[in-house]
Design a protein around this ligand. Sequence first.
Ligand SMILES: Nc1ncnc2c1ncn2[C@@H]1O[C@H](COP(=O)(O)OP(=O)(O)OP(=O)(O)O)[C@@H](O)[C@H]1O
Length: 257
Amino acid sequence: MAALLRAEGVGATLGRRQILSGVDFSLAAGEFVVVIGPNGAGKTTLVRRLAGLLDGKGAIYLGDQKAEAVSPRLRARKIGYLPQGHVFHWPLSVADVVALGRIPHASGAGDLGVEDRAAVLAALEATGTLEFADRSVTTLSGGERARVALARVLAGEPQIILADEPVAALDARYQFIVLDLLRARARAGAAVMAVLHDLSLAARYADRLVMMDGGRIVAEGSPEVVLTRQNLAVTFGIRAKIDTVEGQLIVTPQAAL
Ligand SMILES: Nc1ncnc2c1ncn2[C@@H]1O[C@H](COP(=O)(O)OP(=O)(O)OP(=O)(O)O)[C@@H](O)[C@H]1O
């Protein structure tokens, strides 16, 4: 299937450090790709580079157009970026925060139309945040805020979703709900990439896994191909038990090496 997002030989330098180098990556419509890697591997940097928030070597394409040739407004409509550990600084209501996700679609006056309101409501419902739609985001728990941040992204109905640790703050039930939601977006035709730390969840949800280390992609493919004892030892520095239970790969980290 044609890639909605493609990176060719991308790099990024932060401070004076080369953080990413020579990364080739693609994300097709209908695909759910999960990126894994140890702390400092460059996952967030890759997500930010793909989202157009960092410059660097290489090229990024949206469809067959270079990303920088696409207007910022259209880019914002196409790409939904969920940052890691998003912090809200303003005491806006949850409904208003989620409505911000419609800004790239707004008319000149910025008013919400019928479609906008429907998308906001659907995102609130899907993320279980409708029940506190009128509350200020600053009064919510960490997991509740994380779901509001996701709702804002979903409200924009982007073709491409780049989610950096979307379930890190969530309880076990909401981890499934949110990953089911992201997978459903992919099945409905979006191209979805998520960074996850839980390797069993990564295996369960990924159509394709991308393992990073030292700013590079070190393994890529099906969970069975990527999540080997050897790769987990070399890349994560862990000894792990790998089982298949009811067709699902389960990774149990056992010790740091
Ligand atoms: N502004 C900066 N200046 C120098 N180094 C930076 C800067 N920002 C990030 N880094 C470094 O770049 C490397 C990659 O960071 P990045 O946030 O992409 O890692 P990550 O894989 O997302 O890690 P984590 O799992 O901890 O979130 C890290 O070693 C980090 O310290």
